[in-house]
Design a protein around this ligand. Structure first.
Ligand code: AMP
Ligand code: MG
Length: 318
């Protein structure tokens, strides 16, 4: 039963259908490959079929527009053209929101690291360890890479679309980002499992959320390569050095009403490390978080409803 109600963050296996219906009706589901990940979409309500079509279409559209690597996408075009020439008002609003969030986290999030990510080979899988001089040069060449924000934004846009339809509830697993919508027919909370970074096939605990929310995890286990020097190089970069962030965290899960905010914050809090991330949470009032350390300890802010956790959870109060 527990398995039926759990969505494992970043679980490609969801397409096999392990997440259950929160109501008596089967609802509608779809599995799409988008933004370089497998996404699992489930909808309930009279317009569930239309929701599959429209949300899938939205995800493909955002992917095409904002792909970091396509030469016909906005990041590539923005490298050569003035923003007014290529952005519509919605695109412009997205970049403004991302910039405001980047300012809020004080340098831990830089959405223009394309050339740095490319040097490491993260786009092609042709991995290599760049020299610091190569990284320093790449850091002076900004090009948008919204990989740390786009899935969260997509969750917000999908929720907005669902509000226009007759959809009673929905759960979207956008590859590490879970977006819930509405309340399940039986009134129980949504349950989302957090992966155990030390054993990504297993879970570290289950987060319960009510209504429409985003649950977003960033972790060094999600994408990495091991160099000839035996060191593990992961994909969350310190914007000051261009190197994988030397964080004491293995993963950060952010729970927030805004998907975009959750996505930016999960990446940024990972870069900050536990102490700075907690200080940042204490100054904020719009999110809760779960931190899993490399050492295996779990810390959670006071508002997180966490269950089925086999580890001792240390709580932070405001
Ligand atoms: P996430 O999985 O949401 O933490 O995002 C990681 C992705 O965001 C990476 O694959 C890069 O595309 C991009 N990225 C890496 N480091 C940063 C950073 N410090 N700030 C913003 N984006 C980043
Ligand atoms: Mg992110």
């Amino acid at each position: 039963m527990r398995k039926l109600l759990v969505v494992l963050l970043t679980a490609a296996v969801l397409c096999g259908g392990c997440a259950g219906s929160p109501s008596a009706s089967a609802g509608e589901s779809a599995c799409v490959f988008c933004m370089d990940t497998v996404m699992d979409l489930r909808f309930w309500g009279a317009d569930a079929k239309a929701a599959v079509q429209q949300v899938s279409g939205l995800l493909y559209e955002l992917d095409g527009k904002w792909s970091a690597v396509r030469e016909d996408s906005l990041p590539a075009l923005l490298e050569q053209s003035a923003p007014e020439a290529v952005l519509d008002s919605q695109d412009h609003a997205l970049l403004t929101q991302v910039t405001t969030l980047s300012d809020r986290v004080g340098g831990a999030f830089n959405p223009q690291l394309y050339h740095v990510m490319a040097l490491w080979g993260f786009y092609t899988g042709d991995y290599r360890i760049p020299t610091q001089s190569e990284l320093d040069t790449a850091l002076t060449r900004p090009r948008w890479d919204l990989g740390g924000a786009l899935k969260g934004y997509a969750g917000d846009r999908a929720a907005a679309l669902l509000r226009e339809l007759s959809v009673s509830c929905a759960i979207l697993n956008l590859g590490g980002n879970v977006q819930t919508f509405g309340t399940k027919a039986d009134g129980t909370p949504w349950t989302v499992a957090i992966r155990n970074p030390a054993d990504p096939n297993g879970q570290a605990g289950i987060v319960q959320v009510e209504g429409t929310a985003s649950i977003v995890t960033s972790g060094s286990y999600q994408r990495y390569f091991t160099g000839a020097d035996g060191v593990r190089y992961h994909h969350i970069l310190d914007p000051h050095t261009g190197r994988p962030a030397l964080s004491d965290l293995a993963s950060v899960t952010v729970i927030c009403k805004s998907g975009l905010t959750a996505d930016v914050l999960s990446t940024a809090l990972f870069v900050m490390g536990l102490d700075s991330a907690i200080a940042f949470w204490r100054e904020s009032d719009d999110f809760e978080a779960v931190f899993i350390l490399d050492s295996g300890e779990i810390y959670a802010t006071q508002g997180v409803c966490l269950s089925e956790c086999d580890f001792t959870v240390i709580r932070y109060e405001k």
